[in-house]
Design a protein around this ligand. Structure first.
Ligand code: GAL
Length: 975
C-alpha cells in the first residue's frame, strides 16, 4: 500500500515551492565586457518515460553516454524525434490533483561537456544561466548538484565559480515535462518540454553589479527627462549624447526627446562599475493611468495590438533572434503598435527589439490555471497558499529580468487564472518594486489587482456600453467605483482563427469614439501549425489531434494573423488597413481630400503622399500631394487636382497613398502605410449589345443568342465556343469557416452548424418549368434541402443580345428560416483549362462583408490557384468583393467574361467544390478536380469572430429575403 506523502516529502518536481539553489532574479542585458560562454549546441540526450525511471549516474565525469542520442539546445525534444508534441487549450492533459503529476512523466536527461576558454578570468564569480526550461529542471555541474527550478519561461541562475575547472566540465540537466509548475502553465498552446532557451556561463567580475534598475522618466510639460540608475555597486552612468556622467543612484534632469512606440528614441549609454561595463539603451518616458486614461508622456495611447506567443513551426518556442526581428518588422509594417506577450515573458531579446523598433509591451507573467474552470475552480493554485511563493517568484523573475525596457509599460499578472489571494500577492510585490508601470489582470472582473478594466472577446455592444460608462454595476459599490475609474482594454479580441476576424473596423470605430476604450490586442499573432508530411511526401501543417494526443483541441491552436510560415493572412492585411495611423477620405464633387493624422505622438512628415487617377483600375494620371505638417489628431483638407481631361470613359477613382518618405529601421522608403480611395466617376450604365434575340428550339437544345441550353432542365450547356462543365444554378452554402462553426460556449446561434443541420449543403433543385417566350428563356425552380418545408423559389431568366447572355435570378423564400444564408448566388463549372483569372473590383486578396476594408478597387490578374487562401484547416475562402467584371481564360486567352449588371458581385473560383473544401482536414486533402468551380454571389454572410468571440454584427447578416440580381456572360475568343 502506498501512502500519499505530505507536501514537504514530495519530490522536487511535485513541490509547489519555487525550487532550490538559484540566485536572486536580476536584470537581463544582452552584452557587457564580462566574459560569457554559450553552452548552446548539441547535447547528449536520453529520454525516460518516468521522472525516476533512470539513474543519475550521467552526472558523473566518467559516465558513459555513448549510447545516448543528441538534441539541440535550445530546443524541445518532442520536436527532435523524441516523443510528440500535444495540444490542449483549457484542459490539463493529466489528472488534476495539485501538486501531484502523473507517473508517466517524460524526462529528458541532458549532458554537455565543456572547456573554459583560456582567457576565462579567475577572479569573481561565474554564473550558470538558463533562460528557459520547460517545465522543471535539476542541475549538476561536475557531479555536484546545484539545485532545482520550475517556471518555464523565466530565467534561473546558479553560482558555479568554485566548481569550474579549465577543461572537461560536465553539465548535467534532468528536465521533467510535468511538475507542480505545470499547474501554473496551462496556456492555450502546445505542451513542449525541453531546454528551449539559451544556457550560458557568465563571468561575474568582482565589483560588477549584481543588479541595476534604470529609471528614465519624461515630463511632457517641460521636455525634461530624468535619469537615475540604481545599482548595488558604486559606479558611473554616462550618456555621451546628453553629456551625462553621473554616479549610480544620482538623479539627473536633462532635455531629451522622449521614447514612444512611434518614436522609439533610445540614448546609448553605459553603466560602469569597477568590475564591469554594461551598455545601456535609455528610453525616457513616463506612463500611467491619469484621469481614467492610460497615458504615455501625457498623451492617450491607442493600442493597436496583437497577442504574441513565441512560435516557430520547426522549433516551437525556441525562437531565434532573426525570427523575433521578423515578427516585429511584420508588426510594424502592418501598423501594429503594441504586443501582449501572451501568456508568459518572451525571450528577453524580443524586448530589446521592441525598445529599438518601437512597440508598447504588456509583459505577461508565466501563469495560467485555466484548467481549473473544469472543476468550478476547486483547487485553483492562486487560492492555494502552497503555491503563493511560486507565484510571487514568477512575478519577481519577470519584473527583475525585464524592468529596464522602456517598451514594457504594463505588467500583466498572467492569463485566465480565476481570482484569488495569490494574484493579490503578486500584484502587491510588483507595485512595491515598480510603481512606475501599470498593472493588468483580466480574469477577475472585479479588477482588484488591475489598473485596467480589461475584457476578452467582448461584443461591440458591450464595448460601446463601457465606452459610454454605462456598464452594468458590480454588486459591491466600492469595487464598482474602482472599475468605473479604469480605462478599458480588450486584452484579446477578434479571434483570428481561419477566415477572419470580421468586424475589426467596427471595433476600431469604438476605440476612436470613446476615450476610455484604448484599443485592444487581436488574438493572436501566428498559427501554431506544426509541419507534417503525407505518405507521398507533401507537407502540410498539423494541429491538435495530429500527434496522437488522447485529449486535444484540434485546430484551435491555429488562430493567428500569420500562417505558420509567417505569411500574412488576409486578416492581417485587413487589420493593417483598419488601424492605419493616417485617415484619407475625400469628396470628388468638392474636389478635396482630407488627411487626418491618427498617430498618438508622431506627425506625418515621415510620409510622402501621392495621388493617382484610375479608370477601370488603370492609372491615367498621378502626382504628389503636398500635405502640411499635422499634429497628432490634426487634419487638413486639400484640393485634388482637376480630373484629367483626356481620361478614357469608365468608372474612375482617386487613389491616395501615404508611404514612408525615407528608410526606417522597420521598412524601406516607399512602404505603404495608409491609403484611401475617392470615387470620381461612377460605372457607366450597360447598354445592350444589340436588339433582344429570341430563343429557338434546335436539335441539340434550346438556342438563345450565344447560349445553348438543355431543353429538359433549362441548364446552360455552352456559350459561344465554350462548353460548361455545369451551368449556373443557385448556391446558398459555403464550407463553414471556423467562425461560422462558432465555439460551444457562445450563446449566439452558430450558423455554420445550423446550415449543416438544415442541409444547405445538399439542396435539391426541382425544375418546375422551362418556358420560352419571345425574348427570354425562363427556368422556374424550387431549391430546398430534404426533410424540411423551407425553400427558395428560384427563377432564372435568360435573355440575349449580340454575343451577350444576361441572367436574372429571382429568389423568393418560403417558410420561416431559422438562419441567414451562407451565400446567395450561382455556381457554375468551367473546363479546367480556364485557369487564369482577371477582374476589376476589390482586391488583390479575399474579402467578406465584414472584412472588406483592405480591398482596393483595381484591376487584378492571377491564376485560379493563387486565389486560394491556404487556411490550415480548409474552409470557405478566396471571395473577391465588389467585382464589376471577371474573366476566366485558358492559355490562349479564350474563356468566359462575367459582368455585373449593375450590382457588383462576389467572385470566387477554385478547383474543388465547397463540399470537397468542407471535407478536407488539411491543405493536402484538397486535390484539384478537372473543373474550375466559379461562384458569383449577390450576397455573402459576414464572418465575425465566433470561433471564440461574438458572431458578425446583424448588419452583416445575409438575411433570407426576396432577392433579384443579374449577370451578363460573354464567351471570349482566344488568340
Ligand atoms: C482566450 C485565451 C487565449 C486563447 C484564446 C482562444 O480565452 O486567453 O489563450 O485560448 O482564448 O484562442
Amino acid at each position: 500500500m502506498s501512502i500519499r506523502p505530505a507536501d514537504d516529502r514530495l519530490p522536487y518536481y511535485e513541490n509547489p515551492s519555487p525550487g532550490t539553489g538559484t540566485l536572486p532574479a536580476r536584470a537581463w542585458y544582452a552584452d557587457s565586457d564580462a566574459a560569457r560562454l554559450s553552452l548552446d549546441g548539441s547535447w547528449a540526450f536520453r529520454l525516460s518515460a518516468t521522472a525516476e525511471g533512470a539513474d543519475t549516474d550521467f552526472v558523473a565525469d566518467d559516465a558513459d553516454t555513448s549510447g545516448w542520442d543528441e538534441v539541440t539546445v535550445p530546443g524541445h525534444w518532442v520536436l527532435q524525434g523524441h516523443g510528440a508534441p500535444a495540444y490542449t487549450n483549457v484542459k490539463y492533459p493529466f489528472p488534476v490533483d495539485p501538486p501531484r503529476v502523473p507517473t508517466e512523466n517524460p524526462t529528458g536527461d541532458h549532458r554537455r561537456v565543456f572547456d573554459l576558454p583560456e582567457e576565462w578570468p579567475a577572479d569573481g564569480e561565474s554564473v550558470l544561466r538558463f533562460e528557459g526550461v520547460e517545465s522543471c529542471a535539476r542541475v549538476w555541474l561536475n557531479g555536484r548538484e546545484l539545485g532545482t527550478f520550475q517556471g518555464s519561461r523565466l530565467p534561473h541562475e546558479f553560482a558555479v565559480g568554485p566548481l569550474l575547472r579549465p577543461r572537461g566540465n560536465v553539465l548535467a540537466v534532468r528536465v521533467h515535462q510535468w511538475s507542480a509548475g505545470s499547474y501554473l502553465e496551462d496556456q492555450d498552446m502546445w505542451w513542449l518540454p525541453g531546454i528551449f532557451r539559451e544556457v550560458t556561463l557568465l563571468h561575474r567580475p568582482a565589483l560588477s553589479p549584481t543588479d541595476f534598475f534604470v529609471h528614465a522618466g519624461y515630463d511632457h510639460t517641460t521636455g525634461i527627462g530624468t535619469l537615475r540608475v540604481e545599482c548595488d555597486q558604486p559606479g558611473r552612468v554616462t550618456v555621451p549624447e546628453l553629456g551625462l556622467d553621473v554616479a549610480t543612484g544620482e538623479e539627473v534632469a536633462v532635455a531629451v526627446e522622449p521614447w514612444t512606440a512611434e518614436t522609439p528614441r533610445l540614448y546609448a549609454g553605459e553603466l560602469a562599475t569597477e568590475g564591469e561595463r554594461i551598455p545601456l539603451r535609455v528610453g525616457f518616458r513616463t506612463v500611467g493611468v491619469q484621469d481614467g486614461v492610460f497615458r504615455a508622456n501625457g498623451r492617450r495611447v491607442l493600442f493597436r495590438g496583437v497577442n504574441r506567443h513565441e512560435f516557430h513551426p520547426e522549433h516551437g518556442r525556441a525562437v531565434d533572434l532573426a525570427t523575433m526581428r521578423e515578427d516585429i518588422l511584420l508588426m510594424k509594417r502592418h501598423n501594429i503598435n503594441a504586443v501582449r506577450t501572451s501568456h508568459y515573458p518572451p525571450h528577453p531579446a524580443f524586448l530589446d527589439l521592441c525598445d529599438e523598433l518601437g512597440l508598447w509591451v504588456i509583459d505577461e507573467c508565466d501563469l495560467e490555471t485555466h484548467g481549473f474552470v473544469e472543476l468550478g475552480w476547486r483547487g485553483n493554485p492562486v487560492s492555494d497558499e502552497r503555491f503563493t511563493p511560486a507565484l510571487v517568484d514568477r512575478a519577481r523573475r519577470m519584473v527583475e529580468r525585464d524592468k529596464n525596457h522602456p517598451s514594457v509599460v504594463i505588467w500583466s499578472l498572467g492569463n485566465e487564472s480565476g481570482s484569488g489571494p495569490g494574484l493579490g500577492a503578486m500584484a502587491a510585490w510588483i507595485r512595491e518594486r515598480d510603481p512606475a508601470r501599470s498593472l493588468h489582470y483580466e480574469h477577475d472582473h472585479d479588477f482588484p489587482d488591475s489598473d485596467f478594466f480589461s475584457r476578452m472577446y467582448a461584443s461591440h455592444e458591450e464595448v460601446e456600453r463601457i465606452g459610454r460608462r454605462e456598464e452594468e454595476p458590480l454588486p459591491d459599490p466600492e469595487l464598482d467605483a474602482h472599475r468605473r475609474s479604469l480605462p478599458f482594454l480588450l486584452c484579446e479580441y477578434a479571434h483570428a482563427m481561419g477566415n477572419g476576424p470580421g468586424g475589426l473596423a467596427d471595433y476600431q470605430r469604438l476605440f476612436t469614439t470613446y476615450e476610455r476604450c484604448q484599443g485592444g490586442f487581436v488574438w493572436e499573432w501566428i498559427d501554431h501549425g506544426l509541419p507534417k508530411r503525407t505518405p507521398d511526401g507533401r507537407t502540410y501543417y498539423g494541429y491538435g489531434g495530429d500527434f496522437g494526443e488522447e485529449l486535444h483541441d484540434g485546430n484551435f491552436v491555429c488562430d493567428g494573423l500569420l500562417f505558420p510560415d509567417r505569411t500574412p493572412s488576409p486578416g492581417l492585411l485587413e487589420f493593417k488597413k483598419v488601424i492605419e495611423p493616417v485617415g484619407i477620405t475625400g469628396d470628388a464633387a468638392a474636389g478635396t481630400v482630407t488627411v487626418a493624422n491618427g498617430h498618438d505622438f508622431a506627425g506625418v512628415d515621415h510620409l510622402g503622399f501621392a495621388w493617382a487617377y484610375e479608370v477601370e483600375g488603370e492609372a491615367v494620371a498621378s502626382g504628389e500631394l503636398d500635405v502640411p505638417p499635422l499634429e497628432p489628431g490634426g487634419s487638413a483638407t486639400l484640393p485634388l487636382p482637376a480630373a484629367p481631361a483626356d481620361a478614357p470613359a469608365g468608372e474612375a477613382v482617386w487613389t491616395i497613398r501615404a508611404t514612408l518618405a525615407a528608410d526606417t529601421a522597420w521598412a524601406p522608403r516607399g512602404h505603404l502605410v495608409a491609403w484611401g480611395q475617392v470615387p470620381a466617376v461612377p460605372a457607366p450604365r450597360r447598354t445592350p449589345a444589340g436588339p433582344a434575340l429570341a430563343p429557338t428550339t434546335a436539335a441539340d437544345g434550346i438556342r438563345l443568342g450565344a447560349g445553348r441550353f438543355d431543353p429538359a432542365t433549362g441548364e446552360l450547356l455552352a456559350i459561344g465556343g465554350l462548353t460548361l462543365a455545369e451551368g449556373p444554378r443557385l448556391d446558398v452554402w459555403r464550407a463553414p469557416t471556423d467562425n461560422d462553426l462558432g465555439a460551444s460556449w457562445q450563446p449566439q446561434a452558430r450558423f455554420g452548424v445550423i446550415w449543416r443541420e438544415l442541409g444547405l449543403h445538399r439542396t435539391r433543385h426541382r425544375i418546375d418549368a422551362v418556358e420560352l417566350t419571345e425574348d427570354a428563356l425562363t427556368v422556374r425552380t424550387r431549391v430546398a434541402p430534404a426533410a424540411t418545408d423551407l425553400g427558395l423559389l428560384t427563377d432564372y431568366r435568360w435573355t440575349a443580345a449580340g454575343d451577350e447572355l444576361r441572367l436574372t435570378v429571382s429568389v423568393t423564400p418560403q417558410g420561416d428560416w431559422p438562419c441567414p444564408l451562407a451565400r446567395l448566388g450561382v455556381r457554375l463549372g468551367l473546363p479546367a483549362g480556364l485557369g487564369q483569372a482577371e477582374w476589376f473590383g476589390g482586391g488583390p486578396g479575399e474579402a467578406y462583408p465584414d472584412t472588406t476594408l483592405a480591398a482596393v478597387l483595381g484591376r487584378y490578374r492571377m491564376p485560379v490557384d493563387a486565389l486560394q487562401t491556404p487556411y490550415v484547416r480548409p474552409q470557405e475562402n478566396g471571395a473577391r468583393t465588389d467585382v464589376r467584371w471577371a474573366e476566366l481564360r485558358d492559355e490562349d486567352g479564350a474563356g468566359l467574361r462575367i459582368a455585373a449588371d449593375p450590382a457588383p458581385f462576389w467572385f470566387t473560383a477554385r478547383r474543388w467544390t465547397s463540399a470537397r473544401l468542407d471535407a478536407a482536414a488539411h491543405t493536402t486533402d484538397l486535390v484539384p478536380e478537372d473543373t474550375v468551380w466559379v461562384n458569383l454571389d449577390h450576397g455573402q454572410h459576414g464572418i465575425g469572430s465566433q470561433s471564440c468571440g461574438p458572431g458578425p454584427l446583424p448588419k452583416y447578416y445575409l438575411t433570407v429575403a426576396p432577392a433579384e440580381f443579374s449577370l451578363v456572360f460573354t464567351a471570349v475568343a482566344g488568340g
